[in-house]
Design a protein around this ligand. Sequence first.
Ligand code: NAD
Ligand code: ZN
Length: 260
Amino acid sequence: MSGRDALVELTRLVREARRPVVLTGAGVSAESGVPTFRGPDGLWKRHRPEDLATPEAFARDPALVWEWYNWRRQRIAPARPNPAHRWIAAYERANPEFLLITQNVDGLHRLAGSRRLVEVHGDLWMVRCTCCGREDEDRRVPLPVPPRCPECNGMLRPGVVWFGEPLPAEALSRSAEAVRKADLLLVVGTSAVVQPVASFPLLARGAVVVEINPAATPLTPFVDLSIRSAAGALLQRIPLPGSPPAGTKALSPSRPGGAP
Ligand code: NAD
Ligand code: ZN
């Protein structure tokens, strides 16, 4: 299918969907300048994220893990939502059955206005006490290393889900149910290798599955439509239900005498 045909097809699917689900990964924030884990810009010092974002790494060297999270907070703090985040938020406003499932922890979907969203891997701006369990939003950049609980002085940890930890049960069941019921599943900017989220698309029963990613992923052979493109550049060309088709101007009463 040509690029043009893929756009026409996606436009139709978006317009006709009654229960759309969008599933995003780090790639949706790439155009906001947030590095992905597996991209060329994705390394930190000499450690791999997979070795740092684990309960074992935190038990071994909490200061190192917190330094890494401070570095990520620093990178993410100035980032702003890009056209992909904004398009996804607008799709939610146009469709009452919409759900967004994101693996991202950067908070950019929320900043763009998304409200019906499940952040399956948590939120980088939340901290949780390892002793009393208290949770707070804490936007300081950088945090003191290691940060301490204001209540019990226990050590705080990032409010995210690490490799090897289970997803919160409610996030998991809400996401799985939405995918099962969906009639359209847009998978945007995920390498589809981090489980269990990578398997969500396989739960889809009646959905047309569309992948938007500049690179192929393990999911690509299983999707109905694969569009190799950066997310923001593509999605901003897809008109939403209730908006005028792309490339046409909204009709306005003609003004005698032409230009003002
Ligand atoms: P990943 O880094 O493994 O993969 C990123 C994917 O995005 C790749 O397939 C890449 O081809 C694609 N991509 C790159 N630029 C893109 C663009 N402009 N438009 C669309 N796609 C683009 O990320 P993942 O699959 O989300 O999984 C890794 C884990 O990393 C997740 O658990 C997530 O929580 C975490 N993570 C989050 C952030 C964030 O919050 N922004 C950043 C890095 C990693
Ligand atoms: Zn505490």
